[in-house]
Design a protein around this ligand. Structure first.
Ligand code: ADP
Ligand code: MG
Length: 141
């Protein structure tokens, strides 16, 4: 699992028609897409996925936003995937993100920041499992 990470193209980026550009960026940076699906999370799903942030002041805003429209969920593979994907997306706040990062190019704001990336190998396994079965991943090998 250490070479896998989980990504979301968030509702702001889908709404702004950046899905294609972001998928292109994923492939250009040599991530292999193991599985991908367009989905519209329910509020309960968003609350479950972001359970780690429960109790934080932005939790309600975050879960409302993530259930506000369709998003792409993706399982990605690359050597050192978690760290590489975090580097590719940039800082949480697009105002702090480096030039050339996905958030710098496509994020709307701190809350609506275009993409998600797992923060550890442990969480990447949990997050991939939240949306994909093993069979769906294997089917793409
Ligand atoms: P990251 O997505 O970079 O791992 P966090 O895990 O800290 O960042 O936060 C999860 C998501 O919650 C962020 O991507 C962003 O959409 C939202 N968020 C984080 N901090 C804030 C904040 N202070 N105000 C509004 N939304 C926030
Ligand atoms: Mg995080």
């Amino acid at each position: 699992m250490t070479n896998r990470t989980f990504a979301i193209i968030k509702p702001d980026a889908v709404k702004n028609n950046y899905s294609g550009n972001i998928i292109d960026h994923i492939l250009k940076f040599n991530f292999k897409i193991l599985a991908a699906r367009l989905t519209h999370m329910t509020l309960a799903q968003a609350e479950g996925f972001y359970g780690i942030h429960k109790g934080k002041p932005f939790f309600e805003e975050l879960t409302n936003f993530m259930s506000s429209g369709p998003c792409w969920v993706l399982a990605l593979e690359k050597e050192n995937a978690v760290e590489e994907w975090r580097k590719t997306i940039g800082a949480t706040n697009p105002a702090d993100a480096d030039e050339g990062t996905i958030r710098k190019m496509y994020a709307t704001s701190l809350g609506e920041n275009a993409v998600h990336g797992s923060d550890s190998n442990e969480n990447s396994a949990i997050e991939i499992g939240f949306f994909f079965s093993d069979a769906e991943l294997i089917a793409c090998q």
